[in-house]
Design a protein around this ligand. Structure first.
Ligand code: NAD
Ligand code: TDX
Length: 331
């Protein structure tokens, strides 16, 4: 099978490529990635001789058309993915997340190629902290940020292309991922690399916001389950019952580093900061028989800390500029 992986040099996409090369020798992988600030050739270095990496944008109609024509499946990870960046400049979010997805949909329609669209739980907006409810596939869309609204729009494009044009697509909406190769602008790797540098972790606001953490390997095994067993036109929510508030995550990291649990600082909150995300993954578990492997958050976090300690050459070049950007906004 020939698989085109968009955004395969980013965090989740590169882990998907590693997992696929490791576990599915029959799959031939081509990555299409614009290598933005978030994409890194080095993230694919361990599998470089087993895949093809094409540097280019999903908004490039001719390039996308030619690559899709030679594929049996497109797995679409490419996106602008960081909420804080979308508050500073939404332009690339609209370009990549909306226009890029549109370009891909037109190509898979033309060449009749199976499509899997990677999306996020943030399309559903947020839940109250004391609400027992979780997101389900029928929760109404209610996105908060430019990032999540462009992801919501891209999901709706996929649904319409299935219904109107018979495109063979599935969608997955996953909760917050953690693991190796995550850009250090994101919460967990930002704090890990701060701690390696002897800098105190930075918590937005009071730190009560809840995220539903899942290890990236579990996200990607669920994506393969949907590709192989999912029903065309369906949306599957991916989550592993990993709800934690941000304060708990920072305290756990401080413990792992052998530091006092109070040794962090509060910084400016994110405007429009979503309170809580929580996924009900019953459909994925019951219909497709998927189960997560990395259910012990603390040991997953310890392994992630070890990875960042062992791979300083991978993240160090981005550290100074990332922190300068945060410092300028009091974060
Ligand atoms: P990331 O920012 O680490 O990687 C995105 C990749 O897309 C990068 O390699 C970047 O170079 C590439 N890219 C950006 N614009 C492009 C363009 N125009 N053309 C081609 N490539 C382009 O993001 P991530 O965290 O790996 O997220 C991947 C996908 O998963 C996104 O669609 C995101 O919405 C979704 N998602 C992420 C999470 C999470 O916790 N990180 C959770 C749920 C869903
Ligand atoms: O320094 C920080 N301090 C802090 O308290 C940073 C960077 C973040 N935070 C908070 C904000 C959030 O409540 O931590 C939480 C997680 O923040 P992010 O890592 O920016 O993730 P989030 O905004 O929840 O979105 C992530 O999960 C859903 C991904 O970035 C998205 O791509 C995905 O769709």
């Amino acid at each position: 099978m020939r698989v085109l992986v968009t955004g395969g040099a980013g965090f989740i996409g590169s882990n998907f490529v590693h997992q696929t090369v490791r576990e599915r020798p029959d799959v031939q992988v081509t990555v299409l990635d614009a290598l933005t600030y978030a994409g890194d050739r080095e993230s694919l270095a361990p599998v470089a001789d087993k895949i093809t990496l094409v540097e280019g944008s999903i908004t490039d109609v001719a390039l996308v058309d030619s690559l899709v024509a030679d594929s049996d499946l497109v797995v679409h990870f490419a996106a602008e993915s960081h909420n804080d960046n979308s508050l500073n400049d939404p332009t690339p979010f609209v370009q990549t997340n909306l226009i890029g997805t549109f370009v891909l949909l037109e190509a898979v329609r033309k060449h009749d190629v199976r499509f899997h669209h990677i999306s996020t739980d943030e399309v559903y907006g947020d839940l109250e902290l004391d609400d027992p409810a979780k997101f389900t596939p029928t929760t109404p869309y209610n996105p908060s940020s430019p990032y999540s609204s462009t992801k919501a729009g891209s999901d709706l494009l996929v649904r319409a292309w299935v219904r109107s044009f018979g495109v063979k697509a599935t969608i997955s909406n996953c909760s917050n991922n953690y693991g190796p190769y995550q850009h250090i602008e994101k919460f967990i790797p930002r704090q890990i690399t701060n701690l390696i540098d002897g800098v105190r972790p930075k918590l937005y606001g009071a730190g009560q916001n809840v995220r539903d953490w899942i290890h990236v390997e579990d996200h990607n095994s669920a994506v393969w389950a949907i590709i192989e067993k999912g029903r065309i036109g369906e949306t599957y929510l991916i989550g592993a019952d990993g709800e934690k508030n941000n304060l708990e995550v920072v305290e756990t990291l401080l413990e792992i580093f052998g530091l006092d649990r109070t040794d962090f600082e509060h910084v400016n909150d994110r405007p429009g900061h979503d309170l809580r995300y929580a996924i009900d993954a019953t459909k994925l578990r019951d219909e497709l028989g998927w189960t997560p492997k990395y259910t012990d958050f603390r040991s997953g976090l310890e392994a992630t800390v070890d990875w960042y300690k062992a791979n300083e050459a991978w993240w160090r070049p981005a550290k100074q500029a990332t922190e300068a950007k945060y410092a300028a906004q009091g974060q």
